[in-house]
Structure formats: structure tokens, C-alpha cells
Ligand binder design. Sequence first.
Ligand code: GLC
Ligand code: MG
Length: 244
Amino acid sequence: MNWLLISDLDNTWVGDQSALEKLQAYLADRRESFYLVYATGRSFGSAKTLQQTVGLMEPNCWITAVGSEIYDDRGLDRAWANYLSDNWQRETIQAIAAHYPQLTPQSPSEQNPWKISYHLEPDGDPMVIAAIKHNLQKKNLSVQVMFSSGRDVDFLPLRSNKGNATHYLQQRWQIPGEKTLVCGDSGNDISLFETDSRGIIVNNAQAELLAWYDKFGASRHYLAKSPHAAGILEGIAYFKLANP
Ligand code: GLC
Ligand code: MG
């Protein structure tokens, strides 16, 4: 294995079925040369259901629930879970979030010991996120707040997120940033692009990610001309990571 491909699922890898099949056929021919990891906001159960529905090729491992969990064929990565548990005050953070009527808890299946998730009310003012962040910071709580797709609000341990989980796997497999390719479309993918990896932003990206790219985009980031999986294929060619 000489390179690492890490991709978000919804609206990145998944979204255009014929492009997905084309991408997977291309990668299947080179499957021995790279590690594949899906990095999704979904729970592991929900990600596995999606795998069945759209026929996702088998990855080497899964970063699920926005990096709050890592799974491989032996199950949940306990070392990662222990690392996240340090100084994580779930109940306190949940109690503070409960004070904001603009936030509605997501379904129990999307909550886990290291992730608390809400939906912002329709037409809700995203400024409320900044207010909550400020409040949590004042209380010195070790937490990050993530806003995606103009609606999803996740509270996670500071050590968590897709980008930090990417570092963890890069270390395990000894793959450097210039041999790592990350792909995404929304706010919970920003941490992927903050690593020193090469990055593909698919053309259908959400406003919060495009705003981040305008401010912080660098030469290691590629804004694809195509949406979804076609954008990933375009980016793989751009970065010349896979053999032709
Ligand atoms: C996925 C998860 C949801 C999360 C969102 C953004 O949709 O199911 O819990 O809020 O990603 O990270
Ligand atoms: Mg997505």
C-alpha cells in the first residue's frame, strides 16, 4: 500500500450512482496500491446500511460519526475511544446545549458516547452556533462544535473529528500527507482539509466549506469541476496519486 484515500460519503462519494460505479471500477483495478477509508458523519450502523444500498466497495476501515468512532473488521477501535474520553464532559455539554431552543436533538441512533448531535431549526440563524461556542469556551470545556449543511450541529471532543482521525491512521500506516488524498463536500469535512493531506472539494460543496476554501484554501486543495464521485476521479488524476 503506498497511498491513502479518505472520503466522505453523503454528497461526495455517494450522490451520482453512475459516477460512483465508474470511480469504484477505476479503483478496483488498483486496490492493492492504497488504503481506503470512509469518513462519514453517519453512525457505523447507518454507514453499513448505505454500503448495502449503493454498493460501496469495501474499505480498510471506517471513520464514523464525524471522527468520534473508528471501526475496522475487529470492531470499534478502543484505543481511539479511550483517547477521546480524556477530559470529555458529555453531560455538562449536553446540559448547556439544551438551553438553546433553536436546537432539536437528532435521533438516538446518531448520538454516541463521544458525539452529541442536533438540528438547527429551519431558517435558524447560524449565529447561534457562535454564541454556543463562546459559552462553552468561557466554561473552559474541551469540546468542538461543528456546523454542516446549514443544519447539522455536532458537539465532539477536541481530540476528535475526521482530520484528527486521519492523522491517527496516517501514523498507524506510515503514510505522509503528500500520499494522502481526502475528499469532502461540507462543514464536517473541513478538518480533513486542515491536515497536510492533498484535498479534493467536490463541485457540489456546501456554502460553509466553500467559504472556508475562499479563506484558507491552499495549493494542496483542488476544487473539482465535477460533482460527487466524478469530482473525486478528476482529483485523483490531478494529484497523480494512482497509477494510470
Ligand atoms: C451525518 C450524521 C449527523 C451529523 C451530520 C453532520 O448526517 O448522521 O448526525 O450531524 O452528518 O456531521
Ligand atoms: Mg457529505
